[in-house]
Design a protein around this ligand. Structure first.
Ligand code: PMP
Length: 317
């Protein structure tokens, strides 16, 4: 069923309401100071099962709790409650399509003054229909951005903090205006960190490389899933370490990972073809495995998925 955004149901301030009834005020603290954190969760519609599968819901709520802790905010629900609320919210919207869910917690106090303590918080969840993050791109043309990835000494890189996304927005916009699809950001010390909204992987001589968690990356949930698939299903050797810019140019394959994008091959970087400029075999293997897992086709990865309608039904007396 499709509906307008205003008619859709959201969760805010401890209750379900229509989107257009849940407006925020102009002086909202988070709007001025970026004092919020958020998640992006995918819901995969399976028509034959008439089920909407929510991917890694628990992991997303565990990550937002950590982000909130870093920002000295508290989410007013346990992870189990959040899973209940989210499935209820999706069921109330009667979604029968792929969706994207945006949970967020932010400083909702309407007051001037940049600080974290002593300002009211609000927690909200807004689900929307999903649209392919990179359009129909078969592979991305990327550039190394002149903007450096935010350093953990400046703002917490491993927290998904709203204000920090100005870093991604600047890098992505400059890349797109220059004719590229995506920006790759280096950390302040010049090592490869990640894309503007995704983690990055390189394949070289059959080994999978990705920047380790100390490289100012967001510790991606898709990244973790891909590492698990590579290790458990294919025995691909994995190295997590600092990566130089020129290693990008020498890689046989490069791909990026993120909730919105899934796995997406990078076919050129800074005007240089990656490998032969086509999706490589390791990228193809891992993409197929990931797509099967998120569609519910692999029983051993069903634990990644939470059913919306089965959960909502089990709640009914
Ligand atoms: N890095 C950044 C900056 C991101 O915004 C995202 C998307 N959340 C990612 C990496 C990938 O994280 P995940 O796989 O958890 O979506």
């Amino acid at each position: 069923m499709s509906m307008s955004l205003d008619d859709s149901i959201v969760y805010s301030n401890g209750r379900f309401s229509r989107y257009d009834e849940a407006r925020i005020g102009l002086l909202t603290h988070a709007l001025h100071y970026g004092t919020g954190c958020f998640e992006g969760v995918r819901g995969y519609w399976n028509a034959s099962e008439h089920e909407l599968w929510l991917l890694h819901l628990r992991e997303h709520y565990e990550r937002i709790a950590k982000s909130a802790h870093i920002l000295m905010m508290k989410i007013p629900h346990t992870t189990d409650e959040l899973i209940e609320i989210t499935t209820e919210l999706c069921a109330r919207n009667k979604f029968e399509q792929d969706i994207y869910i945006r949970p967020f917690v932010y400083k909702s106090g309407e007051e001037i003054g940049v600080r974290l303590a002593g300002v009211a918080d609000n927690f909200a969840i807004v689900p929307v229909p999903y649209h392919a993050y990179y359009g129909n791109a078969a592979g991305l043309k990327a550039c190394v951005s002149p903007w450096r990835r935010i350093d953990d000494t400046v703002a917490p890189a491993r927290a998904k903090v709203t204000g920090a996304y100005i870093n991604s927005a600047l890098a992505k916009t400059e890349a797109q205006l220059g004719g590229f699809d995506e920006a790759i950001l280096l950390s302040n010390d010049g090592h490869v960190a990640e894309g503007s909204a995704d983690n990055i992987f390189l394949v070289r001589d059959g080994v999978l490389y990705t920047p380790d968690a100390s490289q100012n990356i967001l510790e991606g949930i898709t990244r973790k899933s891909v590492l698990a698939l590579a290790k458990n299903d294919f025995g691909i050797p994995i190295v997590e370490r600092a990566i130089d810019r020129s290693e990008l140019y020498c890689a046989d394959e490069v791909f990026v990972t993120g909730t919105a994008a899934g796995l997406m091959p990078v076919i050129s970087i800074d005007y240089r073809e990656v490998g032969d400029g086509k999706t490589g075999p390791v990228t193809r293997t891992l993409t197929d495995a990931y797509n099967r897992a998120v569609s519910g086709a692999e029983s051993k990865y069903r634990a990644w998925l939470t059913p919306t309608y089965a959960t909502a039904l089990s709640r009914k007396p």
